[in-house]
Design a protein around this ligand. Structure first.
Ligand SMILES: [Zn+2]
Length: 123
């Protein structure tokens, strides 16, 4: 695998160095993150509407460098990419909607109380 020397601005999809997932062996675009690290981004037909991707998982590529802005609402019409890790078949999916998961767990406890069952231990 080699570095792709292509002007990122000349194509809609920013190419990266081809990288291989250590967990599943599938390939993606390996891009620098700007802090000395790198991220394996999923190869998609087209970028995803940012508002459809949970906050904290929206990867933006600018000038060949990938960043994942935290605590920033996507701009109207903004698109983003996702990390391969998010959709890797060999990894446990992250909790994409922690607030909803918390509410679901609260409802589980409420349901058990309603049915007269003991509370489940956490964990
Ligand atoms: Zn993988």
């Amino acid at each position: 695998m080699g570095v792709v020397n292509e002007d990122p601005a000349s194509s809609g999809r920013v190419p990266g160095e081809s990288g291989v997932c250590s967990a599943c062996g599938l390939t993606g675009d390996l891009l620098p993150t700007g802090n000395g690290g790198s991220i394996l981004l999923e190869r998609l037909e087209s970028e995803l509407p940012s508002h459809m991707v949970p906050a904290g998982y929206r990867w933006l590529v600018d000038g060949g460098v990938a960043s994942c802005p935290q605590g920033v609402e996507p701009k109207p019409g903004e698109t983003c990419r996702i990390s391969h890790g998010l959709v890797c078949p060999e990894r446990e999916p992250p909790d994409l909607w922690p607030r909803l998961a918390k509410r679901r767990e609260e409802n589980r406890q409420r349901m058990r109380r309603m049915r007269g069952l003991p509370d489940e231990a956490d964990g």
